[in-house]
Design a protein around this ligand. Sequence first.
Ligand SMILES: *[C@@H]1O[C@H](CO)[C@@H](O)[C@H](O)[C@H]1NC(C)=O
Ligand SMILES: *[C@@H]1O[C@H](CO)[C@@H](O)[C@H](O)[C@H]1NC(C)=O
Ligand SMILES: *[C@@H]1O[C@H](CO)[C@@H](O)[C@H](O)[C@H]1NC(C)=O
Ligand SMILES: [Zn+2]
Length: 424
Amino acid sequence: MLSKVISALCLTLWVSHCTVFAAEDPYLTKALKLMSETPLIDGHNDLPWQLLKQFNNQLNAVDLHTLNTTHTNIPKIKQGKLGAQFWSAYVPCDTQYKDAVRQTLEQIDVVHRMCQNYPDNFMFATSSQDIMTAFNQNKTASLIGVEGGHSIDSSLGTLRTMYQLGVRYLTLTHSCNTPWADNWLVDEGSDPSEHNGLSQFGKQVVMEMNRLGMLIDLAHVTVKVMNQVLDMSEAPVIFSHSSAYSICKHARNVPDDVLRRVREKKGIVMVNFYNDYVTCSETANISDVADHFDHIKKVAGADIIGFGGDYDGVTRLPEGLEDVSKVPNVVAELLKRGWTDDEVNKALGNNLLRVFSEAEMVRDKLTNNKPDDVPIPYAEVNKNSLCRTSHGYPDDITGAGSSLSTLGLQLTLALQGLLLLSAL
Ligand SMILES: *[C@@H]1O[C@H](CO)[C@@H](O)[C@H](O)[C@H]1NC(C)=O
Ligand SMILES: *[C@@H]1O[C@H](CO)[C@@H](O)[C@H](O)[C@H]1NC(C)=O
Ligand SMILES: *[C@@H]1O[C@H](CO)[C@@H](O)[C@H](O)[C@H]1NC(C)=O
Ligand SMILES: [Zn+2]
């Protein structure tokens, strides 16, 4: 009898001990387990930009194991179970019409060098298959996304060359209009609309990206551009780092009607953690971030959700999500809110893998289409670009042609020169 009481007591103590122990956070334990089975694939991280800003890309002078002035380093990546990352090859809009292409190439180069310098931690990746290969080797699959159409300088040849260098998405604009697409600041009212969405050349860029198998990223564009691309693109689209507009009415976020169209297109919206996009204020917490996941799921289902933290690209992050090591906390919060394992696995990586392999299938289907070699009309690119030559265009003002149009242009230039002189 006594021994029965004692053993019952022991059992109770043992169970309550276990409960107390596990109650540290059973959801976090579960989150980490799911993340060891399905890769967390994040859509946007600006570590390369920090490497430029803090070290002028002198990677040999940096140790990514101990670097502590960024949201991202190797120990944080391990702790956060970052399975795959689209590293951003971002250069600011003030490079547009100047050295945007060179600077973008340098950001692509620094990602390649990062993978070479830390072969045990990073594997350079260019396909959905590569992501799983890297994950199975316990390495972070490292992909490149170029953030902003200004980086291709209105050139399909440059777009194709960047694909050859491993770039697998292009965000059509950053926070400036390009000569062929309007950016989100148009919707916010601080930039003028120049193209009412995409120009004809902008549509060529979209079609060429389908042909290449490069993902089209609609973070940073106007709602008009979002809808135009959803109309035309054969492949599903991505939002690499945007949240839900209904939860925080910021023009960088995605409205509900667009969420529903993304579902029809089987695309993905990868949720941004930047406080200003999460709560439209300077502060936020994990629960606020989970509200975006819940909302997108409610409006368009769990098949279009992903992670796009924007680490190292933003200055304010939610309490409990301060760096990349903390991402499992969001996963735990989703589990706590009743998300099924299947829904969590989709958000972690399965949705992005589906979108990426679909874009690869569209590429394979279009394999017999010729590369588009029709250049942007010169008049659409020369106005802001003092240093752009016109070699190859029929009215090549820098060549020695003697066609009527060349003559006309030379006369115009001469007149402009006279006007300038008289203005002095
Ligand atoms: C960050 O790293 C530097 C250089 O390795 C070190 O001197 C410094 O103490 C570190 N700071 C913190 C807060 O760990
Ligand atoms: C990856 O890590 C897991 C868990 O730590 C281990 O079981 C597995 O053997 C590792 N795989 C490789 C290829 O190193
Ligand atoms: C998170 O912040 C919101 C306000 O944005 C607040 O209502 C909520 O209680 C906070 N949640 C936690 C868990 O701190
Ligand atoms: Zn951005």
